[in-house]
Design a protein around this ligand. Structure first.
Ligand code: IVH
Length: 680
């Protein structure tokens, strides 16, 4: 067939294919290999021609066309993708000895004493991703999720210019399926710019590039993702029938050939001693990188041995991570502030000269409590060393006393509350110091913020700034005052207009019928979190039930300990608290009780009894057994104790069965359980 004989549409098909291939190639040359062959203008001309053709012939559109890198329509939510091969995690090592142990373990398992070759790679601090290609075309991009299944973030991943939408494998390695895994990340500069824009827009800042990456990948509108410069490095293989090289080092080279962006900072070491030398080198060299790296990954080079070594339930045995020691920075502790929490707890907070640490500017750090200040002997004006505990929250590690001047004085503990001026009193049972003044404005503000929070009354329009304005203006002195606010009261406040005032009043109106657990949580009873509030509300369905409950009644709720029970009794026996609750109800607050559990299916022998399931049952899946027991009114818990009524044991029951025998707990097999449930 000659060109002359092609029908117009076949010609169009051919041209579209030609344009797509050309654009993908130029994309790769520009973004991955940094050696463009055409000008931006020529590139744009090709892109426009393709866009025009795809618009004209929508039936020829393809989600993997380079035109779709700019992002498409917003999604409703993410679909779940089950990984063909689970995405496991990596075991950590922290020093040379642990690396030697890792090497010894492998040698023991492989029954060899010869030196083993390893590839040392950078451990990119981003978000893990699995890309699946079938017949050369990207099928999906999925996050790691829980390792078994993750989110389908294809639309967002497609916007990453360095990610190939199609691959063209040389025949000697080509197969049908290739799953390639790697890390999506922001480089330091892109992260800095993103946070700068967010600051300008009054949005909350991302704590580090990893959070920013995760936040970006979770956006439902891929057009917004396309505006952000995410990037990707690929470093391993999942499911595949490709004929890949026998070593990991060569596999990375094969990924390069296929057009994937791999990290150039990799190195082949012939023994664990060479690996250790590399880790030492990178402890300092890592600071020269312009993206966040939290360690190195050490991988056994011979891929044929990977299968032989296998994996534990968490991580493959053929690789490990070497975590860098936490990065530290030196700065000056300018002052120590006292923050008063909603229960009056005073927390010291360090204000420091801003310093760059692991990708972010740091100027505040928690000092936890006053004992911590004593332990560290840190003083205002000190030079201090800080690091990020767990990689995110900065903390002061030590003071550097040699820099102190003659004026330096040990930190004097505050005696009065910075907000209300009342005395700060050490509590007997805790290391804490507390302001006991219940009308302290700082406490009131914290309590109101808690009251308005998402899990509590969820009052739209009532943020931290407005809370401060309302209390400063004396308009709100307790929760109930909120429900007496009028549009004109609020509209008069600084930076508030008629519209935002109305917004708040609407938000307050909606909050009146929140579910009971949200209301109980909103009251801010010490030690009662939202989960406990839910447990409590299953048993105590109205506010009168709470008011009438005794210490014993509270203690008998599963998940409620002695301290929480005592705190509930204290709260509900306090006259002021009860008056406040009455005022809330009088103002129209009317929380909705939880739906009553369906007791029609309860079976007498099971209702109220506690079960533990262990081992594999012959026919019932564990989840199904749990549902049957719960529908019959029983409870299923995780561990055997004296309170357990029955242990249901299947094949390979381990320590739970032993414990049941020791404690003389009745043991059932599946038929006995079904009999008890009235099902057999
Ligand atoms: S190999 C079995 N190589 O680190 C997992 N992972 O802390 C095989 N990571 O979940 C992964 N850089 O997201 C590998 N060069 C690298 C890596 C790397 C970063 C991530 C990965 C993994 C996490 C574990």
């Amino acid at each position: 067939m000659t060109d002359d004989m092609l029908s117009p549409s076949q010609e169009v098909i051919r041209r579209i294919e030609e344009l797509r291939l050309a654009l993908e190639r130029h994309n790769r040359l520009y973004y991955v290999e940094a050696r463009p062959e055409i000008s931006d203008r020529e590139y744009d001309a090709l892109m426009h021609e393709l866009e025009r053709l795809e618009q004209e012939y929508p039936e020829l559109d393809d989600p993997n066309s380079p035109t779709h890198r700019v992002g498409g329509e917003p999604l409703e939510g993410f679909q779940t993708i089950v990984h063909a091969v689970p995405m496991l995690s990596i075991g950590n090592t922290y020093d040379a000895d642990e690396l030697r142990d890792f090497d010894k373990r492998i040698k023991r398992l492989l029954e060899t004493e010869r030196d083993l070759a390893y590839v040392v790679e950078l451990k990119i601090d981003g978000v893990a991703i699995s890309l699946r290609y079938e017949n050369g075309a990207l099928q999906y991009a999925a996050t790691r999720g829980d390792g078994v299944q993750g989110d389908d973030v294809t639309a967002n991943a497609r916007t990453i210019q360095t990610l190939p939408l199609r691959i063209d494998a040389p025949p000697e390695i080509a197969g049908r399926v290739l799953e390639v895994r790697g890390e999506i990340y922001y480089d330091d500069e892109a992260f800095r710019r993103l946070n700068e824009e967010r600051e300008k827009a009054g949005q909350q800042l991302f704590a580090n590039p990893r959070n920013a990456t995760a936040g970006t990948l979770k956006l439902l509108d891929s057009r917004e993702v396309a505006r952000r410069p995410l990037n990707i490095f690929l470093y391993s293989i999942g499911d595949t029938d490709f004929n890949l090289p026998a070593t990991h080092f060569e596999t990375l080279q094969a990924l390069d050939t296929l057009g994937f962006r791999t990290n150039p900072e990799r190195c082949l070491c012939r023994s664990i001693d060479e690996v250790i030398a590399k880790t030492e080198e990178w402890e300092t060299k890592r600071r020269e990188l312009d993206y966040a790296v939290d360690g190195l990954v050490i991988k056994l080079n011979d891929r044929r041995l990977h299968g032989e070594l296998g994996a534990t339930s968490k991580a493959p045995r053929w690789l490990c991570a070497y975590k860098f020691s936490a990065e530290q920075a030196e700065t000056t502790l300018e002052s120590i502030d006292i923050q008063i929490g909603r229960t009056g707890n005073a927390t010291p907070v360090a204000n420091m000269t801003s310093v760059f640490l692991e990708g972010t500017q740091v100027s505040r750090a928690t000092l936890h409590n006053f004992e911590e200040i004593q332990r560290l002997d840190v003083r205002e004006g000190d030079r201090v060393v800080i690091e990020k505990g767990g990689g995110i929250i900065p903390k002061i590690v030590k003071a550097l006393p040699s820099y102190r001047t003659a004026e330096s004085k040990p930190y004097a503990f505050p005696e009065t509350c910075p907000s209300c001026g009342g005395p700060l009193t050490p509590s007997e049972d805790e290391v804490a110091i507390r302001c006991l003044n219940v009308s302290c404005p700082a406490q009131l503000q914290e309590r109101l913020q808690h009251f308005a929070g998402r899990d509590a009354m969820d009052i739209e329009g009532l943020g931290d700034v407005l809370v401060r304005q309302l209390t400063d203006a004396g308009l709100v002195k307790d929760f109930a005052d909120l429900y007496h606010l009028k549009v004109e009261d609020v509209a008069g406040l600084e930076r508030m207009g008629e519209k935002s005032a109305q917004n708040l009043i609407n938000g307050l109106e909606l909050s009146k019928t929140r579910p009971y657990p949200a209301f109980i949580f909103a009251l801010g009873i010490r030690f009662v979190g939202i989960t406990s509030a839910k447990l409590l509300c299953r048993r105590f369905r109205t506010i009168d039930d709470f008011r009438q409950a005794s210490l014993d009644d509270f203690q008998s709720v599963e998940g409620v300990g002695d301290i929480m029970a005592q705190s509930l009794v204290n709260f509900f026996s306090n006259l002021e608290n009860n008056a406040l609750i009455d005022r809330l109800f009088a103002a129209g607050v009317d929380p909705k009780p939880e739906a009553a559990p369906d007791e029609s299916q309860h079976v007498e022998a099971v209702a109220g009894k506690t079960f533990v399931l262990t081992g594999t049952l012959p026919t019932l899946k564990r989840d199904d057994a749990k549902k049957l027991i719960e529908a019959a009114g029983g409870k299923v818990t995780g561990s055997v104790s004296k309170k357990t009524d029955y242990v249901v044991a299947g094949e390979e029951s381990g320590s739970k069965l032993d414990k049941a025998k020791k404690l003389d707990v009745q043991i059932l097999d599946e038929p006995q359980l079904l009999h008890l449930l009235g099902k057999a």
